[in-house]
Design a protein around this ligand. Sequence first.
Ligand code: AMP
Ligand code: GLY
Length: 417
Amino acid sequence: MKVCVVGSGGREHAFVESLSMDSEVVVSPGSAGIRGSTSAPVTDIDADLYVIGPEVPLVNGLADEIRSFGGCVFGPGKEGARLEASKSWMKDLVNAAGVPTAGYESFGQSQIEEAIEFLTTYGPPYVIKTDGLAAGKGVLVTNSYNEAVSDIKEKLSGAAFGDAGKQIVIEEGLSGPELSLFAFCDGQKAVLIPTSAQDHKRLLDDNRGPNTGGMGCYSPMPSMSQADLEGLMDLAVHPTIEELKNRSIDYRGVLFAGFIMTTDGPKLLEYNVRFGDPEAQVILPRLENSLSETLLQVAQGNLQNQPTVSSDAMVTVVLASEGYPLSPRMGDPIQGLDEARAIDGVTVFCAGVKSNSQGELLTNGGRVLNICGRAATVEAARELAYQAVDLIFWPGMQHRADIGASIETEPNQEVIK
Ligand code: AMP
Ligand code: GLY
């Protein structure tokens, strides 16, 4: 089978490595660190299966475009991708499906006064979200009323996030541990990927510093049993798929559901319409079925494989460039990659790299490399990952030293901008 992967980050590199076990794989655009990369546009590539990694092309309707010329695609069309692209659309849909979620109201550009008035409905912490995509940065959670009011004004005026912020959702503030799950959806049903992963979103150790795309991840979370995860599928994912079907939306891909476990029970926080990055890097390599076959079945609307995941553990540590997340510096030569890769049990995925004319790898993004350790336990996997991290160097390289160190749920984040 020939598979075309769309994207260029660490998640896509993880897809490529698993798919290459039994398929020919091309990646558009990929990077100098990912084999099979091509500059040819996706629509010029003839493949049996197209796997779209990131949310932006999904939200822009790439899956629909490929399907319109008969291609078989893993990834939802534009309508289904609205689960991630519009918070208010998502909230309306899950309410119609009876899924427990934080109370909310949405407001447009002409409603700044109404939005400020509504703020006190729930009291602190105040939660204000851009309706549209904001690369994970569109959410403010704060106890400060004044900060919340300024945020409403900045978002609705378009000053903070442009068009993505001109519609906002104000939510009831919830607290409790958070967790995510992943399910394959073939348009008819959703099937749990039976493992859990925990991302570390803050830049610095002990969950300090600014929010990022994710600085590292471990899987599984020992506290989550398969029965717990199936309970969340019944609570949220299955009813959501039924509601999508009621609206004639044929959702084929993965659904990434984020929950907060409150004293009133679990509530759905968000849906993403693609695998997490770096969650994929610690889950995909542990899937025991052929990934090509499973993704093809999902894309064809007929998932037969029951996904199973090996019982060992993975930890991935993100190596980021100087200045990340605000203004990452690029173009630094990366040293020690071969030595790191030579360690048994270590895999390195490339998230943001390019090569120079001598074929050396250089940094080319905020998140540059994902250093993964795989072993029987999270502790052992973590040790391997950090052994490899110690071998890699470029000027200004940043990473967290505590990925997977305290294996419990991260505390609720106070302020996320
Ligand atoms: P979201 O992109 O909607 O998942 O929000 C990003 C992060 O903001 C979540 O992972 C939570 O830590 C926090 N958050 C979002 N919604 C709420 C809420 N209603 N109450 C408290 N924290 C929230
Ligand atoms: N790691 C979080 C995300 O991919 O959204």
